[in-house]
Design a protein around this ligand. Structure first.
Ligand code: GRF
Length: 215
């Protein structure tokens, strides 16, 4: 049984594309049933159309409250039989009701090794702090921003001479590997959420860690 997934985007859509590519593999245990953008101009919508995936635009600007916007989102997801939602550069905060309703079935990718550098400008802050390892995290979404249980992480070593652009590019490459790997584990049911922590069903080890050694 292939898991029906929705990807929510607001812009470029490169992580969405990585998920779409992964889902093209015959044995992949999930498929992208729907791409939703809250932004008409999202470049990711053009990419989704190239993959012949159904797209919907649900603009927050068309609703007079966050609750109304999220009710529309929820109705669209349910009507399309979606069982898992992947946020991929979706630039709207989701409210408690929506998040609680989808808890355990709503995941996000964040461009840092959480819990370091929650929020925006993660690459600039990593450089400023002189960390030696940066990277990205896929996590379940909880009501607190960038705080939900961690599913998988990919570490990216910093290099001498890195600037925001070079670091962002290497982290993005890591994101494109990590997100499909996490979705695969989720779809295969290899992950269990217990007391707000994620465990592999097959061992006590963390289910997913990717160290990208690109030196
Ligand atoms: C990625 O860096 C992701 O980690 C963050 O937003 C960015 C989206 O990029 N949440 P893209 O739209 O997937 O190219």
């Amino acid at each position: 049984m292939s898991l029906p997934v929705a990807v929510l985007i607001s812009g470029r859509g490169s992580n969405m594309q990585a998920l779409l590519k992964a889902c093209e593999k015959p044995a992949f245990p999930a498929h992208i049933a729907l791409v939703i953008s809250n932004n008409h101009d999202a470049h990711g919508l053009d990419i989704a159309k190239q993959y012949n995936v159904e797209t919907e635009i649900i603009s927050h600007k068309s609703y007079n409250s966050r609750a109304a916007f999220e009710t529309a989102l929820n109705q669209c997801l349910t009507a399309n039989g979606v069982k898992m939602v992947c946020l991929a550069g979706f630039m709207r905060l989701l409210g408690n009701d929506f998040v609680k309703n989808w808890y355990g079935r709503l995941v996000n990718i964040h461009p840092s090794l959480l819990p370091s550098f929650k929020g925006l400008d993660t690459h600039a802050r990593a450089l400023k702090n002189g960390v030696k390892l940066h990277g990205c995290t896929v996590h379940f979404v909880s009501p607190e921003i960038d705080e939900g249980p961690i599913i998988g992480q990919a570490a990216v070593p910093l290099r001498y001479g890195d600037d925001e652009a070079t670091l962002a590019a290497r982290v993005l490459e890591a994101e494109h590997q990590l997100y499909p790997a996490c979705l695969e584990s989720l779809a295969l049911g290899q992950i269990a959420l217990k007391n707000d922590r994620v465990f592999s069903k097959f061992s006590n080890a963390s289910p997913l860690k990717i160290l990208l050694n690109r030196e």
